[in-house]
Design a protein around this ligand. Sequence first.
Ligand code: ATP
Ligand code: MG
Length: 431
Amino acid sequence: MALITKKIKGTEDVLPKQSYRWQFIENIMREEARVYGFREIRTPVFEHTELFARGVGQTTDVVQKEMYTFDTKGGESVTLRPEGTAGAARAVLEHSLENEGLPIKASYFVSCYRYEKPQAGRLREFHQFGLEEYGTASPAADAELICAAQSIIDRLGLTQVRLELNSIGCPECRAKYNQALRDYFGGYRDRLCATCLTRLEKNPMRLLDCKSPQDREIAKDAPKITDYLCAECENHFAAVRQYLDAAGIAYTVNPTIVRGLDYYTKTVFEFVTDCIGAQGTVCGGGRYDGLMEELGGKHTPSLGFAMGLERLLMVMDAQGIAIPQPAPCALYIATMGDSAKVKAFELLRGVRECGLYAETDVAGRGLRAQMKYADKIGARYSLVLGDNELAENKARVKNMESGEQTELALDETFAERFSVLHLTADTAFEM
Ligand code: ATP
Ligand code: MG
């Protein structure tokens, strides 16, 4: 196949016949964001490379291996966003949104770019929905954010998705923990992968996030962060759990969850499923109290999560969750002759203003081909407009399933009458 008609490896097209599935989950996300008080933020697809280097973290896989970075013609280094948090945080700082009152609650849909090895559930361009909240240190915010993620997962109809929760403490407790990790992993130097050897020096907690099976095995018996939390972090974590218990949200504490990104503090969580293979994390998030300062802002305790849309769709498929199909064409007007074509335009305008999906021939086909097309798009009703109909100013609308015909005047009452007819049939169908 010619290069020009081939998509780039690790990217996917969403074709017209599939896009309703995306819209279904996006609508649920929008709706849940609204009821939890998050408003949408839209940021550019590329940013200064430095933003991600600082905001995502130098020792992460994302920054070390996965970014799409290039120099512009002006000689600037820019990067396609590998995630949504850094750009949103940058925008909050740039526009001083804290002046509008805290906390700031933002939601986003982003396409993300990571140079990873493409496989099921792992793409080079993928899509995330996320919620971000800036300017609250309260554990109630952590719990509320987790509730929002759980609400989305529930409304999508997903089952067998478990919530795994951990606290990775603050810089104080982590200093002690990092030392314990260095002591532990230091004993396995000869068996660790090359990346982990660097991590051992720079950010030992990243070792727990390594994907190599051998390193994972070693990590199993590593010291647990939960044994190193300071009193404040311990209390925060206990409070988050108390709120979740009160909200009836089930979770397990998993001390090996550290998240791939450097700016996380205290609460971290993932929603994980076993039904789509190895890439089973559909949502990841947590608190990142250090991020805003890292980006040059004031100390602003913050938190957020991101969910992968492709992975959520995979889970829905795997669990056989039916996504409602869009309504088929309500009315197809077939035409014979030029005057009929003109009349069809007049009638369709009204029908569409009633919110119904309606079509006529715009491809110059003959009557037979038009009716075939009406069948193909599953039109519920059809109407043939010819010289007779125009002369009498009325036509018979045909129910394509039952064959039943109803005569309607082709005047200003047409759209409304058709709309009622369609609605009545619609309820009849559902009953
Ligand atoms: P993983 O451990 O699977 O690599 P991650 O920790 O890198 O995930 P995050 O940066 O937290 O992922 O992104 C949040 C969510 O985005 C993930 O839980 C996942 O659902 C989705 N995601 C991440 N990377 C990819 C990818 N390459 N392709 C598809 N979805 C992805
Ligand atoms: Mg990753």
